[in-house]
Design a protein around this ligand. Structure first.
Ligand SMILES: [Zn+2]
Length: 193
């Protein structure tokens, strides 16, 4: 893997890879896909250093870590959402200007119609062959933005409700209500028993 990283000319890209490795544990193919998606989004949405960005990852595997370490978009600060569709896809937007009801976002997908031109990588993507992270990333470096499809969408911004906290009638613990429910989700969900 070191040899592959050394061959990368772009010092910014190398620096970002060096940050991903200790955070994720190693440079995985998925984390590298996240990095390429991020760089695409930076160009498409004119994201500058230090801009707060909001990311929805459609897989839990690898991709989210790139955004957590490089953009400080985390689950805890609501910069990162994971909706696990089992897809190599992300939707990214910057913070909306005040007063707006929608925000310009880009959804980027690793496109199988395009990965087909990179057979080793395509075999990894479709899980048709065992492909090392080295070989996968090597192909991705060659392909660059060539394997992604994207489109812009105006996403409606979530409406903020006032937070209501109450005490559960059964367990006596406090919880944040969605509506006016009086029993907490822990008590409703029998799998907790
Ligand atoms: Zn309860």
């Amino acid at each position: 893997m070191d040899e592959i990283i050394e061959k990368i000319d772009d010092p910014d890209l190398r620096e970002e890879i060096e940050k991903i490795i200790p955070f994720h544990g190693y440079l995985s193919t998925g984390a590298f896909i996240g990095l390429q998606m991020l760089n695409l989004a930076r160009r498409l949405l004119d994201i500058k250093e230090g801009d707060r960005i909001f990311v929805t990852c459609e897989t839990q595997n690898c991709l989210p870590d790139t955004f957590q370490i490089l953009c400080s978009s985390t689950i805890g600060n609501k910069g990162l959402k994971i909706i696990d569709h089992g897809k190599m896809a992300v939707t990214i937007n910057k913070a909306a200007p005040p007063g707006e009801e929608t925000v310009k976002s880009v959804r980027i997908v690793l496109d199988p119609e395009k990965t087909v031109d990179y057979p080793i990588f395509h075999a990894w993507y479709m899980n048709e062959a065992k492909v090392s992270h080295e070989d996968g990333i090597n192909e991705l470096i060659k392909a660059d933005a060539d394997v992604y499809s994207w489109y812009l969408i105006d996403l409606p911004l979530p409406i903020k409700h006032k937070k209501k906290v109450t005490i559960c009638n059964i367990c006596g613990e406090s919880f944040v209500q969605d509506e006016n429910e009086t029993i907490c989700k822990w008590c409703i969900n029998p799998e907790n028993e």
